[in-house]
Design a binder for this molecule. Structure first.
Ligand code: PRP
Ligand code: HPA
Ligand code: MG
Length: 169
């Protein structure tokens, strides 16, 4: 749910999201090689698909986290589906060789929970807010903490009233 303290809007179209996710893949391509992606549902599903396609990664796992929001904060986080131990134990274990992807980091609470499961993984998001930046290894665009990012899958077409009240033509 949108936070009233985040009163600036950063709307993202499908084209922008695709371009920014590709930019993330491009940046990641020079930062390492990964055997698997773990995407944080649900927001991480879309960038994970784009990054996997660009980097040729075919092992894709999910970690399913639900947050129960109230008006002032994110509330509690619950891991609904943990990570397959086969993915955790790749290479030297603890997430080494694993790329974790989410759409954005805001407070960093979600990435903190996943970092406890995969301390040696590489963490990447498309967007980041300043408080969450220390939790992410690679991201593309930073927006201010008082900004709410509107993702294309949450949006729909809507009539926009003209600035003038005179609509008679
Ligand atoms: O850095 P944080 O403050 O933890 O916030 C970032 C998380 O919040 C959003 O997910 P959300 O929990 O709303 O669920 P969703 O991905 O299923 O939409 C977003 O997709 C990130 O996963
Ligand atoms: O800015 C945001 N946009 C969408 N979902 C979010 N979850 C935390 N912050 C945000
Ligand atoms: Mg999410």
């Amino acid at each position: 749910m949108e936070n009233p303290a985040q009163n600036k809007a950063f709307p993202v179209s499908w084209d922008m999201f695709h371009r920014d996710s590709r930019a993330l893949a491009w940046r990641l391509s020079s930062e390492g090689e990964w055997k698997a992606i773990v995407c944080i549902t649900r927001g991480g599903l879309v960038p994970a698909g784009i990054v996997a396609r660009e980097l040729g990664i075919r092992t894709i796992e999910t970690v399913c986290i639900a947050s129960y929001h109230d008006y002032d904060n994110q509330g509690t986080l619950k891991v609904i589906k943990p990570i397959d131990p086969k993915v955790i134990d790749l290479e030297e274990g603890q997430g080494s060789g694993v790329l974790v992807i989410d759409d954005l980091v805001d407070t960093g609470k979600t990435l903190k929970v996943v970092r406890e499961m995969l301390p040696k993984a590489h963490y990447a998001t498309v967007y980041a807010k300043p408080v969450g930046v220390p939790m992410v290894d690679t991201f593309i665009t930073e927006v201010s903490q008082d900004t709410w990012i509107y993702f294309p899958w949450d949006m729909g077409w809507q009539f926009q009233p003209p600035l003038s009240k005179d609509t008679a033509g």
